[in-house]
Ligand binder design. Structure first.
Ligand SMILES: CC(C)(COP(=O)(O)OP(=O)(O)OC[C@H]1O[C@@H](n2cnc3c(N)ncnc32)[C@H](O)[C@@H]1OP(=O)(O)O)[C@@H](O)C(=O)NCCC(=O)NCCS
Length: 175
């Protein structure tokens, strides 16, 4: 993959603001508005309360010229030990649709496994069927939970050499 991933501290979260603003399509689709002026600064505030720094993961994805082209934001051991939650995965429009999303996810999952994760969950907005298709293709399936469409994947499913988990769709309503 031609993208690199670097951890970013919450103190530097503002560096994501231009990226979020250039992803207006995503914000319009999911929230009916563009990114807010303080969208990046709000990211840490939208996590579950009371998480120590070791359980918060903010990752900058950069291209070969070190230009910021993506963000991953997740938390570990939430809601239970070994269960991770991916709050946001977002790539700049010009780098989407070329297999990088899947490559980033595979790298993230490798790291998760080394950290002892056994389950990765994420939420998909109902008006984002392209993303739902992406997550299904890479092996996630729907899990009805509190009226949200939550997708989950057990990392051990990925460990079968050459194997591929069979996605299932429960048709749960989206968040
Ligand atoms: C979802 C996303 C991370 C996937 O990364 P990617 O590099 O585009 O994905 P890949 O090239 O590996 O796979 C392509 C698939 O991604 C999905 N995708 C492509 N463009 C997309 C977009 N603008 N929004 C959502 N999903 C998209 C489609 O399912 C596409 O499959 P298709 O060719 O059959 O339509 C990336 O498209 C993105 O950042 N989209 C906008 C933000 C978003 O929706 N994030 C997910 C929130 S749950």
């Amino acid at each position: 993959m031609d993208l690199t991933a670097d951890r970013v501290s919450d103190a530097d979260v503002d560096l994501f603001q231009p990226l979020l603003e250039c992803c207006e399509d995503f914000f319009q689709r999911c929230f009916g508005r563009p990114a807010r002026e303080d969208e990046a600064r709000r990211m840490p505030l939208e996590r579950p309360p009371g998480l120590g720094p070791e359980r918060r993961h903010l990752v900058a994805l950069r291209d070969s010229g070190r230009r910021l082209v993506g963000v991953l934001e997740g938390v570990s051991d939430f809601p239970a030990p070994g269960e991770w939650y991916l709050g946001l995965m977002l790539l700049a429009p010009e780098v989407r649709g070329k297999g990088r999303g899947e490559a980033v996810l595979r790298g993230y999952e490798d790291w998760l496994r080394r950290e002892g994760a056994r389950l990765l969950r994420l939420g998909v907005s109902e008006p984002n069927p392209d993303a739902h298709r992406f997550w299904t293709r890479v092996g996630f399936h729907d899990e009805p939970l509190r009226e949200a469409r939550v997708r989950h994947r057990r990392p051990e499913e990925l460990l079968v050499p050459g194997g591929r988990p069979v996605p299932t769709r429960s048709g749960a309503p989206g968040a």
